[in-house]
Design a protein around this ligand. Structure first.
Ligand SMILES: Cc1cc2nc3c(=O)[nH]c(=O)nc-3n(C[C@H](O)[C@H](O)[C@H](O)COP(=O)(O)OP(=O)(O)OC[C@H]3O[C@@H](n4cnc5c(N)ncnc54)[C@H](O)[C@@H]3O)c2cc1C
Length: 441
């Protein structure tokens, strides 16, 4: 018979919710854990391999990260790597695709040189590759390029850089159940309402009520919606930013090639790389476009979108400030045009040629139904766009996580933080030593 009370309930079966279930099952003495997912499978949205860039972001090639931020990201990325190694998922769900940050033109080449010097102690496996080295390592970068145009990159082929986060999330659930048979996953169960009743939470799901001592909401853009409905996170708004990809069947890149990022923009720079789940396809992207919905390919979320955007003068001020910046304005317009049928291929082909100069618009196609939605969070108090993940820790036994990029990479890092909070609240034991021994290097 179905239980109706759990020690911990997780809302959302993407990489964040499933990583938390695994961490609780393996490293704590918490007994009853349930996860509710509204669709019929785990990870059908942003954590699915077609929803994201499949990159384990270590901070070594992400040129908008400071060294300090890169150290943090590297730590959480290595948790995913170590998890994969622990269970033998090498070349099954994670791959050593060579990766690099590419500078094009003298100014960017200087930038790469300086960055390599700054980062090489923290990332000793990184190599500096000049034009001649790149001609050997990744010839597609040179073919068709003006011979006077200088290029250089910092890169490596030593890290597990590509991950199928959707498949990894399924392994989290499988391995959690092996550790703790009291872990239960309910599919096709949408949590529509959460109420605090005394020291417990009542979750309304499909006309039934379930109860929990602690709740973690890992529901993507819906996390803020559920938080607002409970009166939490009212200082935050959610700006959903879609990201599309273009496919090319032309034989070109063997590596993940990231371009240099404008530090004002919260999204990973355009890159090209081999798709790890679709053989012989090179993906270019993602674009970035604000969309009035909470899920990319499902409709009927406009009211929910308004509820999480919670328009106000502060939100308008953030938009005004963003659009006031010429770089951001140009970026927003360009990215909008990359979605417009008829002109988008021709315009986007210019971005692609920065990486692979011989590509024409006929060599690429818009990847329909590919690319997810990043729930970017606006902090109304500071009137700023958060440049990463956001957590609402209520202190009352419920946490809400909003996870734009690189949220998939940080899944175990976030799970660690939430597990600490949960164990403190429930007076449970978290075997941090075992977690660190197995997952942290
Ligand atoms: C274009 C793009 C590229 C990206 N590239 C990368 C990358 O290369 N590397 C990286 O680390 N990150 C990347 N990200 C970010 C990454 O995809 C996300 O951070 C990550 O997938 C978030 O996982 P999640 O489990 O928090 O959310 P999701 O994967 O969105 O899962 C949330 C789940 O909650 C469920 N749900 C929602 N509401 C309810 C409800 N009321 N009841 C029950 N279930 C509910 C949903 O159905 C869904 O399954 C990218 C994102 C985008 C959009």
């Amino acid at each position: 018979m179905k239980k109706h009370h759990y020690n911990v309930v997780i809302v959302g079966g993407g990489i964040s919710g499933t990583a938390l279930m695994y961490t609780l099952a393996k490293y704590t003495d918490i007994k009853d854990i349930a996860l509710f997912e509204k669709y019929s499978e785990l990870s059908t949205l942003n954590s699915n391999a077609k929803g994201n860039s499949q990159t384990l972001h270590c901070g070594d090639i992400e040129t908008n990260y400071t060294l300090e931020k890169a150290k943090i990201t590297n730590r959480t990325a290595s948790m995913v790597e170590n998890y994969g190694l622990l269970y033998g998922y090498e070349n099954i769900h994670m791959f050593k695709t060579p990766k690099m940050a590419l500078g094009v033109g003298d100014e960017e080449v200087e930038f790469i040189k300086d960055r390599y010097e700054e980062f090489k102690d923290e990332f000793p496996y990184m190599e500096y590759w000049d034009k001649e080295a790149l001609a050997q390592i990744e010839p597609a970068l040179l073919k068709g390029r003006d011979e006077n145009e200088n290029i250089a990159a910092m890169g490596t082929n030593k890290r597990w850089s590509s991950v199928d986060f959707g498949e990894i999330s399924k392994t989290f659930v499988h391995n959690a159940k092996m550790e703790n048979p009291n872990c239960e996953v309910f599919l096709n169960k949408e949590v529509v309402d959460i109420k605090k009743i005394g020291d417990k939470f009542e979750l309304s799901i499909d006309g039934e009520h379930f109860y929990a001592d602690y709740v973690v909401v890992d529901a993507g853009a819906h996390s803020l919606l559920l938080a607002h409905r409970m009166g939490h996170g009212l200082d935050f708004s959610c700006l959903p930013v879609g990201g599309s990809f273009y496919y090319s069947k032309i034989d070109s890149l063997k590596s993940k090639v990231y371009t240099i990022q404008n530090p004002k923009l919260p999204f990973a720079a355009i890159h090209g790389d081999p798709d790890i789940v679709k053989g012989n396809i090179i993906r270019f992207g993602p674009t970035a476009i604000v969309l009035p919905k909470l899920e990319r390919y499902h409709h009927a979320h406009f009211i929910d979108f308004l509820e999480t955007l919670a328009p106000s003068t502060e939100v308008l001020e953030v938009f005004y400030d963003l659009m006031h910046d010429a770089d951001i304005r140009e970026y927003a317009i360009k990215n909008f045009l990359y979605e417009v049928p008829g002109i988008r291929k021709k315009l986007f082909a210019k971005e692609v040629r920065k990486i692979v100069p011989f590509m024409t618009e006929d060599d690429i196609e818009f990847a329909e139904g590919v690319g997810g939605l990043r729930p970017q969070v606006i902090d109304k108090k500071t009137k700023k766009l958060f440049l990463g993940e956001a957590k609402i820790e209520t202190g009352e036994g419920i946490v809400f996580n909003m996870t734009p990029s690189p949220g998939a990479t940080s899944c175990l890092g976030n799970a660690f933080t939430d597990t600490e909070l949960i164990c403190k609240h429930l007076n449970a034991t978290f075997n941090v030593k075992k977690f660190n021994n197995e997952l942290v290097t």
